[in-house]
Design a protein around this ligand. Sequence first.
Ligand code: SAM
Length: 226
Amino acid sequence: MPTRNWLQQEFGYGYDSGNVLSWIPGWVRFSEERRSGGSYRRIFNNAVRPYLHRSSKVLELGPGKGSWSRAILTCIPDGELHTVDFQDVTRWLSPDTYTGRLTCHHVQDNSFQKLPGAYFDLFWSFGVLCHNESASILEILQSARRTMKRGGVSIHQYGDWIKLEQFGWNRGGVPQTFKTQRDENIWWPRNDQQAMTKLALEAGWDVLCADLNLLRRDSLIFLRNP
Ligand SMILES: C[S@@+](CC[C@H](N)C(=O)[O-])C[C@H]1O[C@@H](n2cnc3c(N)ncnc32)[C@H](O)[C@@H]1O
């Protein structure tokens, strides 16, 4: 299922996690937070905000309807956000209203070929790598590294089957039947901290932390471009 074709079609309706910064989460965010075992507001404030400054250049993979993009844009009044998605997200994010601060790249593969080299300070994604198989994650991490400044950092939520097992499959909203199925047939392919660390190292990143410990079901990896 998490083949490129499936990923390109599945989120055509525009995935929306709501406002990730509000004190009181909306219903969608509330139910997502319950399933993933963490607070989106806390993730933004602890894992993203500290690496942003007024003029940061940020690359976001898979913004969907832009829940995290909007939060990032509030922190970079003199910076730029570039998003990369299989969907045309301009219909949800209206880049024209951000006076050049937001560029949305509609892509068909993981090559990031239209993006500038050595340009970004931060590479971020949430709810994306958990749906991509390891070969695709490796491509993404390799392609993205070319676009990053030296010393730029990268933070990504990803599926972690070891944490999922402890947290509970039903509670986490992931069908137990996936355990007996191949990665190409499921929407939550196998991954864990060891496997993800291996992919990031193979792609040439320094792994600063395999999991920032902000979610009980999933992991967030923290990388630096050497
Ligand atoms: C589950 S939605 C998450 C949206 C948003 N990040 C959020 O958390 O609300 C996943 C998004 O990532 C996009 N996506 C998944 N894999 C991708 C890939 N390899 N390249 C580009 N976009 C991808 C999908 O099209 C979709 O818009």
